[in-house]
Design a protein around this ligand. Structure first.
Ligand SMILES: CC(C)(COP(=O)(O)OP(=O)(O)OC[C@H]1O[C@@H](n2cnc3c(N)ncnc32)[C@H](O)[C@@H]1OP(=O)(O)O)[C@@H](O)C(=O)NCCC(=O)NCCS
Length: 190
């Protein structure tokens, strides 16, 4: 497991499937995601069965938060499209449990993913794409140091209209390792 302060990341288990089906059938959760069709349990089971064929570094991670009743599964995240020659990867996150939105868990998860990406996977560039209207997502990415590097014009069609997407990235050279922060007393993150 990968431990943060209030969260931890673990591998996805078969037991997680019902929660994924519930979350990814919720239009409020999928509003900022690429999913747009209803999802069935059998589709999610097939997706789960195929995870073992993916490179280990690209398998999704379940996000668990330490809540009143102990560790609770609140979402998932992970890297995909890892290019080892370029040491670049795309990162994604979805907190499916809406009751914990806007409590800093997304920001903390992204910080932990950056640490994992830079200090364990030895990546040099971590990027993401986000809908322009996904304001809390954009805000949380900015807080952990993602830099706006481009606008993908009319990249998404949703609700009968096109929307732009932001391309955002963090380079290892501009990322402040929490380890360095702890050692020299400076702020650990931008
Ligand atoms: C996007 C997501 C990961 C963010 O996680 P979260 O835990 O809710 O976000 P956080 O609490 O860490 O940070 C959100 C920030 O946005 C701010 N925010 C909330 N609503 C906002 C708005 N309308 N405009 C601007 N900022 C807003 C919050 O105040 C907070 O900033 P602050 O801590 O400086 O006050 C989560 O909401 C989610 O998974 N949503 C559904 C799936 C999704 O859209 N995934 C992202 C795809 S790119």
């Amino acid at each position: 497991m990968i431990y943060g302060e209030r969260i931890r990341l673990r591998g996805v288990e078969r037991d997680d499937i019902p929660r994924f089906v519930a979350w990814f059938n919720d239009p409020e959760v999928t509003e900022g995601l690429t999913m747009y069709l209803p999802m069935t349990t059998w589709e999610e089971e097939q997706w789960f069965e195929n995870l073992s064929k993916r490179p280990a570094e690209e398998r999704p991670l379940a996000i668990e938060a330490r809540l009143e009743n102990g560790w609770q599964h609140i979402g998932s995240c992970g890297f995909h499209n890892i290019e080892w020659t370029n040491r670049a990867a795309e990162v994604g996150i979805a907190i499916g449990d809406k009751s914990v939105w806007n409590q800093g868990y997304g920001t903390e998860t992204m910080r932990l993913l950056l640490e994992h990406g830079f200090e364990t996977l030895n990546l040099n560039r971590i990027f993401l794409r986000v809908h322009e209207s996904n304001l809390n997502a954009v805000r949380s990415y900015e807080k952990v140091g993602f830099v706006h590097e481009g606008r993908m014009r009319q990249a998404v069609y949703k609700h009968g209209k096109y929307e732009d997407m932001f391309l955002m990235s963090v380079l290892r050279s501009e990322w402040n390792s929490p380890r360095v922060g702890k050692n020299n007393g400076t702020s650990p993150h931008p």
